[in-house]
Design a protein around this ligand. Structure first.
Ligand SMILES: Nc1ncnc2c1ncn2[C@@H]1O[C@H](COP(=O)(O)OP(=O)(O)O)[C@@H](O)[C@H]1O
Ligand SMILES: [Mg+2]
Length: 268
């Protein structure tokens, strides 16, 4: 590694280093597609994402470094307010509006977590509407002045719907998680009320609003299968699976399913 390289992350999924105003990440089969997508977002007024800067002389992906602070799971107390939730949802709404007009090239390649579920998955939509981020875990949101200011790590971006993408955000930030798995400041929070705050901030149509809870239930059920398959396929996911993820995804599924009538009533 050259002297001017600072390791931002390693041991997670991706080895990321910073070099001055840029970051370098491994080039993967979906990287060209994602760079084209990021270019479209910037051309259409969404600048709250890294700029795609091509490839370096060592074959790595080059992106602009996004200044700010990136929280990690569990969410620190000051990232658990309704104000933060609303700001993040508005950011994602802007992302969606810029992404709407992007038509993936015919040779587009999209990423995904490793492995293939042995059990059939429940579809989250009939037809994709746009390509969106699909991975709003805390480590992928950059804060500035206490509020979400940008999104990074588009490795799981793929064709989806506004509702399915928003449900991913809700999983992490409402959060649609069992109380024992939440950050301390969110352990006792009224999640249904937070879901309503988020959905109101997005401005879904009545039709889309009615899909939120069924999509959240299907996503939580699918996650048990997809995370198990990832653990079988990849050592990083296996380590997570064996150190709590197995129990967590099951608790999430059971909790979201049990709460679904109350969540639906709160959104109605
Ligand atoms: N473009 C960027 N600007 C600023 N920080 C970044 C950028 N890309 C990555 N990082 C930092 O590196 C961490 C890991 O990078 P990320 O792209 O999210 O990889 P992973 O696949 O491991 O989640 C992020 O949580 C963030 O702190
Ligand atoms: Mg990440």
């Amino acid at each position: 590694m050259a002297d001017d390289e600072v390791v931002l992350a390693t041991g997670g999924v991706t080895h990321v280093v910073r070099v001055g105003p840029t970051v370098r990440r491994p080039w993967r089969p979906f990287t060209a597609t994602i760079q084209s997508y990021l270019g479209h977002l910037h051309e259409h007024g969404f600048d709250a994402a890294p700029l795609p800067l091509g490839v370096d002389d060592r074959g790595r992906e080059v992106l602009s470094y996004v200044p700010g602070h990136v929280p990690l799971d569990p969410l620190p107390d000051d990232t658990t307010t309704d104000e933060v939730l609303v700001a993040l949802v508005r950011l994602v709404r802007r992302l969606h509006d810029a992404a709407q007009s992007w038509v993936p090239p015919s040779d587009a390649v999209f990423g995904g977590i490793p492995g293939r579920s042995a059990s059939p998955l429940e579809p989250l939509f009939d037809r994709p509407e746009l390509v969106a981020h699909q991975d709003y875990c805390p480590g992928n949101v950059v804060f500035r002045e206490g509020l979400p200011a940008a999104l990074i790590d588009f490795d799981l971006a793929r064709p989806t719907t506004r509702v399915a993408d928003l449900v991913n955000l809700l999983h992490w930030w409402a959060p649609l998680q069992h109380p024992v798995d939440r950050a301390p400041a969110l352990a006792e929070v009224d999640v249904a009320a937070r879901v309503r705050v988020a959905v109101d901030a997005y401005g879904l149509t009545p039709d889309q609003r009615a899909q939120v809870v069924p999509v959240a239930v299907a996503r939580a059920r699918n996650s048990v299968h997809t995370m198990r398959a990832a653990a079988e396929a990849d050592p990083v996911f296996r380590a997570w699976w064996e150190s709590g993820t197995a129990e967590k995804v099951t608790r999430t599924r059971d909790w979201v399913t049990a709460q679904s009538p109350r969540l639906a009533a709160t959104l109605a």
